[in-house]
Design a protein around this ligand. Structure first.
Ligand code: AP5
Ligand code: MG
Ligand code: ZN
Length: 221
């Protein structure tokens, strides 16, 4: 018999460090990193119909409609490497998405194992968003001050070119924060009621946050 799949969700406001931490936790968990924002950006880069539809919302800092998002993520979770489960980042982001995920997992007798909620203050989030740089090739995330690459503009891991996301301006980031408060915050309560949620102080250094997440995983999974 195959072992039961494991599903861990990394939650938190825009630029709280979900992507940065997921990269570091992937090995410990031995699970694929499934990030809805990355999936949209991959579609954008490849100029798919889905990418074109999503861009309209992403550029404004709004959420892509639930039906489109749910179909995309469930399709990703049905791929072979996600047989053993997934480390989810940026999904679910609405109660409708959370319910759809619960239903899809329940159909196979599975469910969410753990939800880690990274908390960071608003001013720190704005500083993180506006200084972020990403690798065009491998998607690795950097920060001009807090996590600079060895050579400016060049990825340490693969030598790819670093760029700034279109939605990483202060204006769009503030909108993304408002959207988070209104539509995603209710999920904290949703998972708290299910007894799955652990809060993590995300305002520490990248290494300290990794340690806290690692401990939470080791003690609760
Ligand atoms: P998405 O890509 O998910 O963006 P987000 O939630 O706004 O989160 P970010 O990727 O901006 O931040 P992060 O938490 O991954 O932080 P990171 O590790 O990079 O979504 C983008 C858009 O897609 C949405 O606006 C929406 O339109 C659409 N979308 C996506 N999912 C959707 C869904 N489920 N439903 C509907 N629409 C959806 O770190 C940020 C920066 O801080 C980096 O520069 C990093 O180096 C730095 N940093 C990280 N940790 C620390 C630390 N501890 N100290 C100092 N600096 C740090
Ligand atoms: Mg991210
Ligand atoms: Zn790279």
């Amino acid at each position: 018999m195959e072992p039961e799949p494991t599903y861990v969700i990394l939650m938190g406001p825009p630029a709280s460090g979900k992507g940065t931490q997921a990269e570091r936790l992937q090995e410990l968990l031995d699970l694929p990193h499934v990030a809805s924002g990355d999936l949209f950006r991959y579609n954008l880069k490849n100029e798919t119909e889905l990418g074109r539809r999503a861009k309209v919302y992403m550029d404004k800092g709004e959420l892509v409609p639930d039906d489109v998002t749910i179909a995309m993520v469930l399709d990703r979770l049905s791929q072979a490497d996600a047989n053993k489960g997934a480390l989810l980042d940026g999904f679910p982001r609405t109660v409708v998405q959370a319910e759809a995920l619960d239903d899809a997992l329940a159909e196979k007798g599975n469910g969410i194992d753990l939800v880690l909620n990274i908390r960071v203050s608003e001013e720190e989030l704005i500083a993180r968003v506006t200084g972020r740089r990403l690798c065009r090739q491998c998607g690795a995330s950097y920060h001009v001050k807090f996590n600079p690459p060895k050579e400016p503009g060049v990825c340490d891991k693969c030598g790819g070119e670093l760029y700034q996301r279109d939605d990483d301006t202060e204006e769009v980031a503030r909108k993304r924060l408002d959207v988070y408060e209104a539509q995603t915050k209710p999920l904290v309560e949703y998972y708290e009621e299910e007894g799955l949620l652990i809060h993590i102080d995300g305002e520490k250094s990248i290494d300290e946050v990794t340690t806290a997440l690692r401990e939470a995983i080791e003690n609760n999974l």
